[in-house]
Write a protein that binds this ligand. Structure first.
Ligand code: CO
Length: 152
């Protein structure tokens, strides 16, 4: 495992559309281990592959301070219900916190690092996190959606 550099806002890499993963191999596993290492070191909740400069549809997340991890490859939101407004931040946009409206409940279909299908069901903070990370895979940053920006 190795920590990787977290790309910062302003870098064009963060604005690209990531490609689906097609090879579930050792290289993918190594990347995901590095992403977890990077996430823990940065003390974040979620990290998407483009944030470490890899334009592939992958994110990792932790909701217990780095004890257990959610890993998602090729995630797709298949169900979104309700609304919730909450402040968000991003490891690529340090010291910025802005309110974003997200679905309150989501269901995400994805794959684990071995290519097995998984279903992630999440509410509230976790749902927002999944939406935030999946946005990264489409070159979208939370500040694009912030209510502050909408109201200006
Ligand atoms: Co982010």
């Amino acid at each position: 495992m190795a920590r990787r550099k977290i790309y910062q806002v302003g870098d064009d890499t963060l604005r690209q559309i990531s490609k689906p993963v097609t090879e579930f191999d050792d290289k993918l596993s190594a990347l995901m281990d590095d992403m977890i290492d990077t996430l823990v070191y940065a003390d974040g909740a979620g990290l998407a592959a483009p944030q470490v400069g890899v334009l592939k549809r992958i994110f990792v997340a932790t909701f217990d301070g780095g004890r257990t991890f959610v890993e998602a490859v090729n995630p797709v939101i298949v169900q979104a219900k309700g609304k919730r407004v909450a402040a968000e931040g991003c490891l690529s946009i340090p010291s910025v916190s802005e309110k974003v409206e997200r679905p309150r409940h989501v269901v995400v279909n994805a794959f684990d690092r071995h290519g097995n299908p998984i279903v992630l069901k999440a509410d509230n903070f976790e749902a927002s996190c999944y939406c935030h990370e999946i946005d990264h895979l489409d070159g979208i940053l939370f500040t694009d959606k912030s209510l502050r920006r909408k109201n200006r």
